[in-house]
Design a protein around this ligand. Structure first.
Ligand SMILES: C[S@@+](CC[C@H](N)C(=O)[O-])C[C@H]1O[C@@H](n2cnc3c(N)ncnc32)[C@H](O)[C@@H]1O
Length: 355
């Protein structure tokens, strides 16, 4: 009889635990909202037992791939357990304390409540909003401190497993595009890096690679710096800038990743960012994007996409889930486009081919 794999069992138990915390958190917060501000309850379509079954299966598939790719050596198994657990535990009460202000924003439809000191001229207009009713939008240390925990809860503990789906296409395609380049000479940039969770996953998989992160939010970059530049590894360069038009030189990077940005951009900005990604990559460079699945990816999950749009302030989501991202990626100049979906995330990879 085969020995039980204890590490795999521990990984599955951790994921189940995170899932249960996510579900319990949402159940209790919805009950609280019903009691305190019933008018703020969003009108959503109830999830049927069939859909629930599909969702659970899809999470299992995601976790199986996450485990398999660790076994295959795309990243170390220790990464499956990595998170600033103690810090998250300490900050978790703040998520509850923050909740009434998010209910109020939803109820009063106040989507532009940003800190008064924000210099609005520094940002594109579409950015100056409370995406997912987030207190201060992306523009405060308070928001940056809570973001990772909130995303983990939203996705029932699968956020990092979804982010890690960028790693295997990156590794495979970097190997074939730049077989002669030493790992320590590879340069990778993560666009809209936020608090740097994706870069942390990537660094475990590419410990020698030179990493850069770019984001519009100074507060989110500060948080990323705290996690990434803690003295244990090589410095990650973190740059504040608009992904539509970065201050960086063309042909600078072998690979570029971008996770969970495109659904928060209007169509025009989506195209501008892809054009900029093309400009930043070296010839033969690799683009890997991860974002929400779209309308055509899963008939079964249409209701989940629709509910997401009703629950959260995501002003460009409806447009994004109908957008033809393949055409946009092609229009930016890329070729060899491939895509795959994992639970709620779709991953595209493409190449800046030299003709
Ligand atoms: C949903 S978060 C995703 C963050 C991170 N990639 C992750 O996996 O959690 C979106 C991020 O995009 C950033 N962002 C939005 N528009 C941007 C733009 N035009 N240029 C650069 N960053 C942008 C926000 O500041 C925020 O950190």
């Amino acid at each position: 009889m085969a020995e039980p794999n204890l590490v795999k069992i521990a990984y599955q138990a951790l994921q189940q635990g995170k899932g249960l915390v996510g579900i319990a958190h949402k159940e209790i917060s919805t009950k609280l909202m019903e009691l305190m501000v019933p008018e703020a309850i969003p009108q959503t379509t109830p999830v049927t037992p069939n859909l629930l079954f599909e969702l659970r299966n899809s999470i299992k598939e995601l976790e199986e791939i996450d485990w398999l790719e660790a076994e295959e050596g795309f990243y170390p198994k220790s990464l499956l357990f990595e998170a600033p657990w103690f810090e998250w535990l300490l900050k978790y009460p703040l998520v509850w304390l923050d909740m009434p202000s998010t209910w109020n924003r939803r109820l009063k439809r106040k989507f532009q409540e940003l800190p008064l000191e924000v210099n609005k001229e520094k940002y594109p207009e579409y950015y100056l909003q409370n995406f997912h009713h987030q207190t201060d939008g992306y523009l405060s240390d308070h928001s940056a401190g809570l973001y990772d925990i909130q995303v983990e809860i939203l996705f029932n503990g699968t956020a990092d497993a979804m982010r890690r789906r960028v790693i295997s296409p990156l590794k495979k395609q970097l190997n074939s595009s730049f077989p002669e380049v030493k790992a320590s000479s590879l340069k990778l940039i993560d666009i809209a890096t936020g608090t740097g969770r994706t870069l942390q996953q990537i660094r475990s998989a590419f410990p020698k690679c030179e990493l850069t992160g770019l984001d519009l939010s100074a507060s989110y970059l500060k948080q990323a710096s705290k996690y990434l530049n803690n003295g244990e590894n090589d410095l990650v360069q973190l740059i504040q800038g608009n992904a539509e038009k970065t201050p960086l030189l063309e042909n600078s990077f072998h690979a570029l990743t971008c996770v969970f940005l495109f659904h928060e951009l209007p169509g025009k900005a989506r195209q501008n960012v892809l054009n900029e990604c093309f400009r930043l990559l070296k010839p033969n460079g690799i683009l890997v994007i991860a974002d929400s699945i779209q309308k055509n990816d899963s008939q079964n999950f249409l209701q989940v996409l629709d509910n997401f749009d009703r629950i959260f302030h995501e002003p460009y989501y409806k447009d994004y889930i109908r957008d033809d991202m393949n055409s946009r990626i092609t229009n930016a100049g890329f070729s060899s486009i491939q895509s795959n979906s994992y639970f709620m995330t779709k991953v595209w990879s493409a190449k800046k081919s030299i003709s």
